[in-house]
Design a binder for this molecule. Structure first.
Ligand code: HEC
Ligand code: HEC
Ligand code: HEC
Ligand code: HEC
Length: 378
């Protein structure tokens, strides 16, 4: 099980968090190797160094070096024994377009020419193994040149390229495409000569159920990661101009607490998508993104509001207290503690910006009628 390049996609703090959890999940799943692609430096050199140190999973590249001494950053190659066959797996990294990125912070890294990388290690791998597999981050054209230039390479697993399977010289080049999982079966004779191959994509359809252990691990990992991190600061708290929200003696209690006294409104609200807003994120596995959470939950950024890492439960969704304000005081003494009875459109616009909901400001009645408790219970 091998991860090609692309594991380090993105640049923001939530991308970094996702990458961290993703890599840990690969380790948990028992992945055999991760190839370093040109995206591996997206989060700086310290980040990649720490991942290599802390994860029990080899990071491969024959042409990424560190420091003045120019030692190899991860491992140039890996040898795996599968039954009687010894397979050598070597990875090549494409030099990143933005060279400053890998020199600006942390220590200095250098991505040398991939050809120099393969030339340096190929003889040793050849002596020790039957079959040579190259994990390539290079272009389609470069992969073909590789197959012609290095006849000992029998399999090239390409991170880029549009032709899924191609025979070039003595090699088979396989490009599953980004965001795809694929399986390659190889038949080899006693000398490791490649006899035949079979390539297929594995579709993550609904038939493939989530592994409960991995699923639990992922939510725990996100939960732990978001707790010791200021990721929440990424999202600004909403309604900082509203007195109810700023009253420190008040707080959020959740829609279930309103139900006993406002059953009708509760049922009406339940029938709107506001009540499902967090499920929408969870279904997309985006429930740990501060920039999504801020509009799909209640009270995010406030001490008693939704807490990142929560996967369900209280305040997970656009609840009553988004529109009416935090209700702790009101639930105790409804007669004396007033909530926002009339909800101004400015409250809606905090989430329904012009891009997402064009026309809300102009056609206020129309949009209000779709969430109006009275209209929905009529
Ligand atoms: C905290 C952010 C937030 C606020 C404030 C907010 N909404 Fe929404 N609204 C959402 C989200 C998110 C959805 C989409 C939920 C989904 O489908 O997952 C939504 C969906 C809707 C829908 C579609 C509902 C349906 O059942 O089809 C309407 C209509 C709507 N909002 C109107 C309003 C109005 C009117 C206000 C102000 C009184 C308002 N919203 C305030 C976040 C918000
Ligand atoms: C600024 C507030 C805001 C942010 C940030 C935000 N959303 Fe939403 N989202 C909304 C609102 C409002 C709607 C409802 C739009 C409508 O129908 O008028 C919505 C609707 C949606 C829908 C459509 C639900 C359906 O009916 O199928 C999806 C999916 C969604 N959001 C996912 C996300 C994801 C993923 C993120 C983070 C990348 C995100 N949202 C960030 C406010 C937001
Ligand atoms: C998207 C914003 C929004 C959400 C969420 C919301 N309300 Fe309302 N609520 C309103 C608006 C707007 C009114 C004003 C009357 C109307 O348009 O129906 C209102 C009115 C009320 C009233 C006054 C009586 C009435 O029906 O006019 C009560 C009580 C109430 N809401 C309770 C709740 C409770 C309880 C919840 C959660 C279960 C909730 N609301 C969720 C927007 C919201
Ligand atoms: C113990 C019963 C009780 C609970 C729990 C309760 N309310 Fe109320 N609520 C009332 C009563 C009674 C009124 C009418 C108060 C009045 O007009 O004097 C009221 C009025 C309101 C109003 C109209 C505005 C106002 O202040 O008069 C809104 C909006 C509202 N409640 C929302 C909520 C929300 C949201 C929750 C949950 C956070 C909630 N209520 C929990 C009893 C309750």
């Amino acid at each position: 099980m091998i991860e090609g390049s692309g594991a380090f996609h993105g640049a923001g703090p939530s991308d970094l968090l996702r990458t961290e959890v993703y890599l840990k999940t690969l380790e948990k799943m028992g992945y055999h190797a991760i190839a370093l692609g040109d995206d591996a430096f997206n989060f700086g050199t310290d980040f990649i160094q720490n991942q290599i140190k802390s994860l029990n999973i080899p990071f491969l590249s024959a042409n990424v070096h560190r420091g003045e001494a120019k030692e190899i950053l991860g491992r140039p190659y890996l040898i795996k024994e599968l039954g009687p066959v010894k397979i050598g797996i070597l990875a090549l990294t494409a030099p990143p377009l933005n060279r400053d990125q890998i020199q600006a912070e942390g220590f200095r890294l250098e991505v040398s020419g991939p050809l120099a990388g393969i030339k340096e290690y190929l003889p040793a791998i050849k002596r020790e193994t039957h079959l040579i597999v190259v994990l390539s981050d290079l272009s389609e054209k470069e992969n073909r040149l590789l197959a012609f230039g290095f006849g000992d390479v029998q399999v090239i697993l390409a991170a880029r390229g549009n032709i899924p399977v191609e025979n070039v010289n003595h090699a088979v080049i396989v490009s599953p495409g980004q965001k795809h999982l694929a399986r390659l079966d190889l038949w080899v004779d006693h000398n490791g000569r490649l006899l035949r191959h079979d390539f297929k994509w594995i579709y993550l359809s609904m038939d493939i159920l989530p592994d409960p252990e991995v699923e639990q691990f992922i939510s725990q990992a996100y939960g732990a990661a978001v707790k010791d991190r200021a990721g929440q600061a990424e999202a600004k708290r909403k309604f900082s101009d509203q007195a109810l929200e700023q009253d420190r003696d008040n707080g959020y209690v959740g829609a279930e607490s309103c139900r006993s006294c406002h059953g009708t409104e509760y049922q009406a609200w339940k029938s709107t998508k506001h009540s499902q807003a967090f499920d929408t994120l969870r279904n997309l596995q985006r429930h740990f993104y501060p920039d999504c959470i801020s509009c799909h939950t209640t009270g995010f950024g406030y001490p008693t509001g939704f807490q990142m890492g929560q996967t369900t439960g209280r305040l997970a969704g656009v609840e009553c207290e988004v529109c009416h304000g935090p209700g702790r005081k009101h639930t105790v003494r409804p007669e004396t503690s007033q909530l926002r009875r009339t909800v101004p459109a400015s409250i809606c616009l905090a989430c329904h910006d012009k891009e997402r909901t064009p026309g809300l400001e102009e056609q206020k009645e129309l949009f209000f009628s779709r969430i109006s408790h009275k209209a929905l219970t009529r």
